[in-house]
Design a protein around this ligand. Structure first.
Ligand SMILES: [Zn+2]
Length: 259
């Protein structure tokens, strides 16, 4: 592994943040795309500052919603502290787009022509610590006889490649719809909000990591949630969606567990 001290600058945070570690909830909340930060050694990746604040760099508002869920549910939260433009913490590092050369219409010059060592440095410094910590949290909970329902919180851009998205939020899943289906029904009980079913995209082994690897392989109940970013740019918007989602999570848990 390349020297981590030369990768992170003195003001850079650790690869991930954890909150509410003593939380007694069944829910574990993950935020793969919580931050737009780039390690100091990589500069701006050759991308303009205005581009680095857009959705291509991070899930705008997702961390605020997730923190709201953590507080409401007393649930442990883990969030990546670095941009998906450096390495996508929700994608198998062997998939080429884990370190994207282009995102939407924006080229990422700092990701072109990377050596194997440079790729591996990003995996070792950012992806592996975050994903290994999720695995360790799940292992510890299992060893303690605790149940886990994994909630993967994301947000989506309201417009992608010129296409507007009409849905306010989306429930995503891959092979296991048990918990996601319950969440969908509960959120759709409010007719004033449009909740999409596995659209505009869905969870897959190629495009995702957290849900397929941690939740599906362990047989855990889980859901991936997308909220449209323009609805959660403010504290009040984040609180509104945290209220809505937390309420549905509690009810879905009762429905799925019968308790
Ligand atoms: Zn995301």
């Amino acid at each position: 592994m390349a020297d981590a001290r030369s990768f992170f600058g003195p003001d850079d945070p650790p690869p991930y943040t954890e909150e509410c570690l003593e939380g007694d909830s069944d829910f574990l909340i993950t935020v793969d795309h919580a931050s737009a930060r780039i390690p100091a050694s990589l500069g701006t990746l050759g991308v303009s500052p205005s581009e680095l604040t857009r959705h291509i760099a991070w899930d705008i508002g997702a961390l605020g919603v997730a923190r709201g869920l953590s507080r409401r549910l007393n649930a442990t939260l883990i969030a990546s502290n670095y941009s998906r433009l450096v390495i996508d913490c929700n994608r198998d590092p062997h998939v080429p787009s884990a370190i994207p050369l282009i995102s939407e219409y924006t080229a990422i010059p700092g990701n072109e022509g990377l050596s194997e060592a440079a790729r591996q440095q990003r995996v070792d410094a950012l992806f592996t610590p975050y994903q290994s910590r999720i695995a360790a949290l799940l292992d510890a909970r299992a060893a303690a006889g605790r149940r886990t329902i994994l909630v993967s919180q994301h947000s989506m851009t309201p417009t992608f490649k010129g296409q507007s998205r009409a849905m306010h939020a989306a429930i995503l899943y891959n092979r296991d719809r048990r918990f996601a289906g319950a969440m969908l029904d509960l959120l759709r009980a409010d007719p004033t909000r449009v909740i999409a079913d596995n659209e505009p995209y869905f969870v897959s082994d190629d495009t995702d990591y957290t849900v397929p690897v941690h939740a599906e392989r362990r047989g855990l109940l889980h859901v991936e949630i997308e909220v449209r970013q323009d609805l959660v740019t403010t504290d009040s918007g984040q609180a509104e969606w945290a209220d809505r989602i937390a309420h549905a999570l509690v009810q879905a848990r009762q429905l799925c567990l019968g308790e």
